[in-house]
Write a protein that binds this ligand. Structure first.
Ligand code: 9WN
Length: 414
């Protein structure tokens, strides 16, 4: 095959974004994920901003059309029905302004809003003004409902965006999914089941959706009755970073940011409650049982992105990075639970790599940041715009022509 007719990587990435554009919002990939996902959309906006800032802001504004009265921004917006995904709006039974799920996702939107603003301040100002109070309300929802000793908790594995990571194994074992009933998964008809969560996991995912629905997605009731409540490094580090970025955007707009600054202090203390001294790493903490997950994951290394450090984290990073050709694996390769192709139990994800890379760079760990950017670029160049990658071989895994992988290429890796 000759290569001179192949569109270059930048053009391929732009055409993935355009191809996944459904008019005002972008699907993660056609078929497997036919709706608007929360954190995927924020990455998509960043990708669009490299060639169309107006379209970038549209993406985030569409996401916020789904915001609930209590401030929560759902993890999926079901703008148009599509039988290709399960569970759809009828299963969630949520009642927001747009048909949606009843849980949220890591709030990366304010951080990408700041990046997009920096790329084009003048072209960004009006959208930013409209979005600022909405972002404040969303962040406040986490502060009001989801803190445990200052760390941010999830109420469903899907909420962290790291669905089947071993981080939740302990909390998932505490769920008895009896009575969940029959249902038909759709994900395994789109991609190899060996790359997806198991039936054991799905029974519990659906059982938790049914519980939330029964409780009317009422946060106070869920705090009391949901057995799954885990203080999570993804949410804690990402919200901390997002609050810092939102405070800066607020200052640009001349807003009072004192409550955001107070939230930052709470989250800094909360992040330290995720330090597991025996593991010598940031870890997830099961709030119900009080047990550590005992997992070094790619989310453990989001501490620098959040602007915090801990002696031992650099050594931990070097150890994990030395165990595979294409870091950062979503689970420690030396652990017996590591599974190189199964979703969040081993594969490398470009979206987490970019957040880790930004943190390393800002912390002055420039060699590591450069190396990570290079291996991520190699992965995408050699194996395509995949959803995730085998960290040992680089093999593409999950869905293809993936929006956020294209966005990471445009915004960082290229
Ligand atoms: C459930 C869309 C989403 C990502 C998540 C990823 C995966 C969904 C699924 O796909 O989760 O939300 O059905 O597997 O784990 O991070 O936002 O790309």
């Amino acid at each position: 095959m000759t290569t001179h007719n192949m569109p270059d990587m930048d053009e391929q990435a732009r055409s993935i974004l355009r191809g996944n554009d459904r008019g005002g919002y972008t699907v993660p990939t056609a078929g497997l994920y036919p709706y608007q996902w929360n954190w995927d959309s924020a990455f998509a906006a960043w990708g669009f901003a490299t060639f169309d800032v107006t379209r970038a802001w549209d993406e985030i504004e569409t996401l916020f059309t789904g915001q609930w009265d209590n401030g929560m921004v759902p993890h999926i917006l079901f703008h148009r029905p599509d039988p290709g995904y399960f569970p759809g709006p009828d299963v969630w039974g949520a009642t927001g302004p747009v048909a949606s799920s009843g849980i949220s996702q890591p709030p990366v939107a304010a951080s990408f809003a700041r990046r997009i603003y920096d790329m084009d301040p003048e072209g960004s100002l009006s959208a930013l003004k409209r979005l600022f109070p909405k972002m404040v309300a969303w962040h406040q929802w986490f502060m009001d409902w989801r803190l445990d000793r200052g760390a941010v908790c999830i109420t469903h594995p899907w909420e962290a965006g790291r669905d089947n990571t071993p981080d939740w194994d302990g909390a998932m074992a505490g769920i008895d999914p009896t009575g969940v009933g029959e249902y038909k998964r759709r994900d395994t008809s789109h991609v190899d089941p060996a790359m997806r969560p198991t039936k054991y996991d799905y029974d519990r995912y659906i059982w938790l959706v049914q519980l939330g629905r029964r409780l009317g997605w009422d946060e106070a009731a869920m705090l009391e009755q949901n057995p799954f409540r885990v203080a999570d490094p993804t949410m804690t580090f990402i919200l901390l970073r997002a609050q810092r970025d939102l405070a800066i955007l607020g200052q640009v707009l001349g807003e009072d940011v004192s409550s955001i600054e107070a939230a930052i202090e709470v989250l800094v203390v909360g992040a330290e409650t995720l330090w597991n001294p025996e593991l010598a790493s940031y870890d997830a903490r099961d709030v119900r049982s009080g047990q550590w997950a005992g997992c070094v994951s790619n989310a453990s290394f989001l501490n620098w992105y959040a602007g915090i450090d801990h002696p031992g984290m650099e050594a931990q990073y070097d150890r994990i990075a030395s165990l595979c050709k294409y870091p950062v694996p979503s689970h420690d390769p030396s652990s017996e639970r590591f599974d190189a192709k199964r979703y969040w139990r081993g594969p490398t994800w470009a979206i987490i790599n970019v957040l880790i890379g930004i943190g390393l760079e800002e912390r002055g760990l420039t060699d590591r940041a450069d190396a990570l950017r290079k291996t991520t670029a190699d992965l995408i160049r050699e194996h395509g715009f995949a959803e995730y990658f085998d960290p040992m071989t680089g093999d593409a895994a999950g869905g293809g022509t993936f929006t956020w992988t294209a966005a990471v290429w445009l915004g960082w890796a290229s």
